[in-house]
Design a protein around this ligand. Structure first.
Ligand code: PLP
Length: 498
């Protein structure tokens, strides 16, 4: 060991023996945790006050404490009082079970602590990120010579795409002049089912939320092409500058896939930047029997996807892909005088020039390792199975006398509980009551800790929503969720009627 650098005795440092002991103890507890997940409640439904009491409300400690005790207590705290989205019966939101290898990858990434903002600061990490971006593009059938980078989540991935599109499509220097007085209103088109990121993007980009044109959807929550055309023609006549069209590949509410091929044609004709929000659904493009609209992602100018959703990466991991890498540089690269890094002949990527972050973590590692661990085949198998499980639930709900199936797109199934005397055109059927009933049912189900679903509101109907983005869910679990919904529904219905 080099004497020059040892034994500083800094309070945060750990000698290698302590680190080994701490790490081994932690890994043992985590292995037990993974094993015990199915036997734990999905959630304790604990109150904020109770959690605060658990962690204590004291001020910042003056002196330190023993790390062994700290780590083991904190591990127990998190394992006992968290909502476990890795539980087989968690199908609440598009939040996946996380790969155990990804957890180790995060530990490894943090230990090396690469700063993937600049190539020189992260030689291996930057190349692994570049390869991850190429592999993600390949996975969804997008051109692999695109530009792209890892970001924190779907919101960021989509927001980055909008900022890039705005810069590429403004016919003045919008980076310098901004949306100055007298600038035309640049408008963006998306369906009413589009995720709320678009409002944040419009607000922070200077476009203003007034620029978002929410287009009506059809009975299957897909954007209406006629309504889109009408709105765009009107905007042009009013002097607006339409610049961006957004299609969603798997909507957050019901998993609906917009008519992406028709949207791509429309964007081409109208010279709009075509962006696809595939935060949830994009990985389904890799399936041999992918819906036809999922096969046209290569026609998009940009795509957002979230490995922390359907590639089961631990949170946070998302990715923005932009067909022409130069557009990212045009939007985000600046050359401050204090960044004087060596230029390589075969330059590696300096990721701070492609996005908003400067110092950047090594998010790609967990994605890259899982892609290598199971390969394309492994992912096809898991995603295909999730889709089959959602269909299984849909089929069960269709056949059951007290359930009503509503939709099944990708791996999201919506349905609701309907008491037998309120089915179909029954004179007893009361939409308001059914909404109240299903809302109460869902709350009770969630609090039971036995399974976790969420809701969607479609055409005024409060529906139960199961998102199967979980490699631990099985056909038995799906069957038990259906039974549990019926049991809970009967009980809640009885309570509400009495
Ligand atoms: C989840 C989701 C988002 C937001 O992604 P985050 O990772 O939660 O920021 C955006 N769009 C769609 C379609 C999503 O499903």
């Amino acid at each position: 060991m080099n004497d020059l650098y040892t034994k500083r005795g800094a309070p945060v440092d750990l000698d290698s023996d302590s680190f080994r002991k701490l790490g081994h103890a932690l890994i043992d507890q985590l292995a037990d945790f993974y094993e015990s997940l199915p036997d734990r409640p999905v959630t304790e439904a604990i109150s904020p006050a109770a959690v605060r009491k658990l962690i204590g409300t004291g001020g910042l400690p003056l002196a330190g404490s023993d790390p062994h005790q700290l780590l083991s207590e904190t591990t127990a705290l998190l394992q006992q009082h968290s909502l476990h989205n890795g539980h087989p019966a968690f199908a609440g939101y598009i939040t996946s079970s996380a790969t155990p290898l990804g957890a180790l990858a995060d530990l490894l990434a943090a230990s090396v602590n690469a700063n993937v903002g600049k190539w020189d600061l992260s030689p291996v990490a930057a190349e692994i990120e570049a390869q991850t971006v190429r592999w993600l593009a390949e996975l969804i059938r997008y051109p692999t010579d695109c530009g792209g980078l890892m970001v924190s989540g779907g919101n960021m991935a989509n927001i980055l795409a909008l900022l890039t599109a705005r810069n590429a499509k403004a016919d003045w220097d919008v980076r310098t002049a901004g949306h100055h007085r007298g600038a035309p209103l640049m408008t963006v088109y998306c369906s009413r089912e589009t995720h709320t990121w678009v409002e944040k993007a419009a607000a922070i980009s200077g476009l203003g939320t007034q620029a978002v044109r929410w287009i009506d959807t059809d009975d299957e929550q897909r954007i209406c092409m006629d309504a889109l055309k009408t709105q765009l023609d009107k905007d042009r006549a009013d002097g607006c500058r339409p610049f961006m069209l957004i299609g969603t590949a798997g909507s957050v509410s019901t998993g609906a896939v917009d008519p992406l091929a028709a949207l791509a044609d429309f964007a081409e004709r109208e010279q709009l930047w075509f962006h696809v929000d595939g935060a949830y659904g994009a990985p389904a493009a890799m399936l041999d029997d992918a819906p036809a609209d999922m096969r046209v992602l290569a026609r998009a100018d940009s795509v957002a996807l979230d490995p922390h959703k359907w590639l089961y990466s631990p949170i946070e991991a998302a990715c923005t892909l932009v067909k022409q890498r130069q557009h990212l540089l045009d939007a985000f690269a600046f050359k401050p005088p204090y960044y004087n890094f060596a230029e390589h002949a075969d330059a590696g990527e300096n990721y701070y020039e492609l996005g908003l972050q400067n110092t950047r973590g090594f998010r790609a590692l967990k994605v890259w390792l899982s892609l290598r661990h199971v390969g394309r085949q492994g992912y096809q198998q898991m995603i295909g199975q999730n889709i089959r499980l959602a269909r299984q639930l849909y089929t069960l709900a269709s056949a059951h006398p007290q359930l009503e199936a509503h939709s099944c797109n990708l791996s999201i199934c919506t349905f609701r509980f309907v008491p037998e005397d309120m089915r179909g055109q029954s004179p007893y059927s009361d939409p308001t009551y059914l909404n109240t009933l299903n809302e109460a049912l869902l709350l009770e189900l969630q609090q039971s800790g036995e399974a976790f679903l969420s809701n969607a509101v479609v055409n005024g109907n409060y529906l139960l929503r199961a998102c199967v983005v979980n490699f631990r869910t099985t056909a038995e679990v799906i069957a038990s969720i259906a039974d549990l919904v019926v049991e809970t529904g009967l009980r809640v219905d009885g309570q509400l009627r009495s």
